[in-house]
Write a protein that binds this ligand. Structure first.
Ligand code: APR
Length: 314
C-alpha cells in the first residue's frame, strides 16, 4: 500500500511539492486549500499528467474552511506538510504577519491532528521557526514528529551561489546553514568544503562574505523579481527531500528546524540545526563543532526566534 501525504495549502509551494512527490510514485497525495476548488483543480490537472509522466500515485484535492472544517480527506496521513498561510504584503509588519499566520496555523494543526493523530508534521509557513514551535504546542505531539523546513533551502542557496562562483558542480559543495530562517541565519564558512578543499582556500574572505549576504537575502531577491509571490521551486524541492527522508526512512542528515533541549546550549526552542531524518521524524540532533563566532551567531539567531515565540504568547 502506498503511503499518504497531505499538503495543506495548494498555492505555489504546496502544488509544486505535490507535483514533485506524486512523480516519485511512493505516496498518494491529498492537497487542500481554503480557496474553493483550487486544490481540486490542481490535483486533477496533476493526476491527468500521470499517463504522460508515468506514475501511479493518486492525487486528490479538497476545499477546507478557515475554521477547520473539511479535513476528512486528509484522514490517516503518514505525513502532513503545511504550506498554508498569508505572505507578507507591502505595508504589513512582521508582527501582523505573525498574528495572522498564528491563527491560520493553530486552526490547521488542530484539524490535521484530529484526522491524523499518528502523522509527522513538516511546517513551511513563515515565520517558519515560530510556526513550527506553534505547531508543536498545538499538536501535543512529541518534538521528533514536528519539524520545519528552512535550512535545506538556505543551504541550497548558499551552495548554489558558491558553485556558480567557483564553476563546480552544485553537488560538490558541502555546507550547512544553521539558525533561524531570516536575517540572522548562520552560514558556516569554516566548515564549508568544495570537493574536499576548505572554502577559505578557494575564495577571498570578501567574496565569501558577499555570498553569505546574498544567501541571507535569498528570499527577498526572488520576491524583488517576481513582485507578487515568493520562491517555490527550491522550497518545494526541500520539502520533497524531507518527505523522502521520512517516508523512505533514509536517515538523511539535513539542516531542519528542530526542537532543542540543551543541544548547542539552547533549550526549549525550535532552531535550524542538522538532524537525522528518518521514519520517526527527527531521530537525532547532530551537534557540529562550532567556532566561538559561529556559536555566538547561532545564539543571537535563537534569541530572534525566541522573541517571535514570546510575541505569540504561547
Ligand atoms: N487553510 C488552508 N489553506 C490556506 C489557509 C487555511 N487556513 N489560509 C491560506 N491558505 C492558502 C491560500 O489560499 C494559498 O493558496 O495557502 C496558500 C498559500 O499559497 P501561496 O500564497 O501561493 O504561498 P506559497 O508561495 O505557496 O508560500 C506558502 O510558505 O514561504 C512561506 O510564508 C510563506 O506562508 C507562505 C507559505
Amino acid at each position: 500500500m502506498r503511503r499518504k501525504i497531505s499538503i495543506i495549502g495548494a498555492g505555489q509551494t504546496g502544488a509544486s511539492t505535490a507535483q514533485r512527490i506524486v512523480e516519485r510514485g511512493y505516496a498518494d497525495v491529498v492537497l487542500t486549500d481554503v480557496v474553493e476548488g483550487l486544490a481540486e483543480g490542481k490535483a486533477l490537472d496533476l493526476q491527468e499528467s500521470a499517463p504522460i509522466v508515468g506514475f501511479d500515485a493518486r492525487v486528490t484535492g479538497a476545499t477546507t474552511t478557515p475554521d477547520g472544517r473539511g479535513y476528512e480527506a486528509t484522514a490517516n496521513s503518514d505525513l502532513v506538510i503545511i504550506t498554508s498561510g498569508v505572505p507578507r504584503k507591502p505595508g504589513m509588519s512582521r508582527d501582523e504577519l505573525l498574528s495572522i499566520n498564528q491563527q491560520v496555523i493553530t486552526t490547521v494543526v488542530q484539524a490535521v491532528v484530529q484526522q491524523s493523530p499518528h502523522c509527522i508534521i513538516i511546517m513551511l509557513t513563515n515565520p517558519v521557526d515560530a510556526m513550527t514551535q506553534l505547531a508543536y504546542r498545538v499538536s501535543g505531539f512529541s518534538s521528533n514528529r514536528v519539524v520545519g523546513q528552512a535550512g535545506i533551502l538556505d543551504t541550497a542557496r548558499y551552495k548554489t551561489f558558491l558553485a556558480l562562483e567557483l564553476g563546480v558542480s552544485f553537488q560538490d559543495v558541502d555546507a550547512y546553514v544553521l539558525g533561524g530562517h531570516g536575517d540572522t541565519m548562520v552560514p558556516l564558512p569554516d566548515s564549508t568544503y568544495v570537493g574536499g578543499r576548505p572554502l577559505k582556500s578557494l575564495l577571498s574572505a570578501d567574496r565569501i562574505q558577499k555570498i553569505i549576504e546574498r544567501t541571507r537575502r535569498g528570499g527577498e531577491e526572488i520576491v524583488s523579481y517576481l513582485k507578487t509571490g515568493s520562491a517555490f521551486y527550491a522550497p518545494s524541492a526541500a520539502l520533497a527531500e524531507m518527505a523522502d527522508a521520512i517516508l523512505l526512512d533514509q536517515k538523511r542528515v539535513l539542516p531542519c528546524c528542530a526542537y532543542l533541549e540543551g543541544q548547542y546550549g539552547i533549550r526549549g526552542l525550535y532552531v535550524g540545526v542538522p538532524v537525522k531524518l528518518g521514519a520517526s521524524g527527527v531521530e537525532e540532533i547532530i551537534e557540529l563543532p562550532l567556532s566561538e563566532d559561529e556559536r555566538g551567531a547561532l545564539h543571537r539567531s535563537a534569541e530572534a526566534v525566541r522573541a517571535l515565540v514570546q510575541a505569540m504568547k504561547l
